[in-house]
Design a protein around this ligand. Structure first.
Ligand code: G1P
Length: 271
């Protein structure tokens, strides 16, 4: 059973500068609700019981968001507004399932995952990248049911424009399982259009095996000092571990750029 999820939140958010020089992008409201709450709701609905937030000192605002009891208590005491009481209850409900872990330096998603190593109990765990919202269908839930059936690691994926491949992790297919699920042959982080093996992009939902930690420990950081989760996944594939690419059915919204963020608001408001 997949009961734990990791959410890396220590990234610098350079694609959303200057805003992210003072503000945690994951708290930005999308149609009135902070982006991170959509991710938490997806986890809860998928049966996740514990979520590990990997934050940095610059992202303390996120921890405060879930631990601002005095603020709520004072307001609720002054005026017993049912809406505020409900909001506070919701925050407490989320908080009960969150563990905070620190990543001191922004050394990539792989390094962030490594910070959660000692908390992972089961053989597999879920990882969600908060820039990627998937609406209309719970992607984590579908991935968990595929994992249950096939007992393999899974990554969410979709086809992207050939000109855009350098924005994503890109994989090619070894074998088709059915119309939506494929065994991955290899995966490469942000290739050039020329070097990309296909236009199958990895989107930010992963079911990873605990054995990935050993791979992450072995990896050397790349030129920009980062350790990519994609490289650890490729290393596991090299050792004959099978990974499934799952073409999800929901709608993907990229909240990591200003254009994508604005579009996400419009799309969710339409629902
Ligand atoms: C990360 C992953 C990349 C994946 C993408 C999905 O990149 O490294 O493989 O395709 O998320 O959003 P990032 O968005 O952190 O640049």
């Amino acid at each position: 059973m997949i009961k734990q999820a990791i959410i890396p939140l220590a990234g610098l958010g350079t694609r959303l500068l200057p805003l992210t020089s003072v503000f945690a992008k994951e708290l930005l409201p999308i149609n009135g609700k902070p982006g991170i709450e959509y991710i938490l709701d997806e986890c809860i609905e998928a049966g996740i019981k514990e979520v590990i937030f990997i934050i940095s000192k610059n992202k303390m605002m996120i921890k405060k968001y879930f631990y601002n009891d005095n603020f709520y208590k004072k307001i609720i005491k002054r005026k017993r507004d049912p809406r505020i009481i409900d909001e506070y209850k919701k925050i407490i409900k989320y908080r009960k399932m969150i563990k905070f872990v620190f990543q001191e330096k922004p050394l990539g998603t792989g390094d962030a995952v490594l910070k959660a190593k000692k908390f992972i109990k089961d053989k597999y765990f879920l990882m969600l990248l908060p820039d990627d919202l998937i609406i209309k269908q719970n992607c984590s839930k579908s991935m968990i049911s595929i994992h249950k059936r096939l007992k393999l690691s899974v990554m969410a994926s979709m086809k992207v424009n050939k000109e855009d491949v350098s924005r994503w992790g890109i994989y090619n297919i070894k074998k088709k399982i059915d119309n939506k699920n494929f065994i991955i042959k290899s995966v490469v982080e942000k290739p050039t259009t020329k070097l990309a093996p296909s236009n199958n992009a990895v989107i930010g939902r992963y079911i990873l095996p605990k054995s990935i930690f050993a791979k992450l420990l072995e990896l050397k950081p790349n030129k920009s000092g980062e350790v990519h989760i994609t490289d650890a996944i490729q290393s596991l594939i090299n050792d004959d571990n099978e990974f499934i690419g799952h073409n999800f059915s929901g709608k993907y919204l990229d909240c990591g750029t200003m254009k994508g963020y604005i579009n996400s608001n419009l799309e969710i408001a339409k629902k």
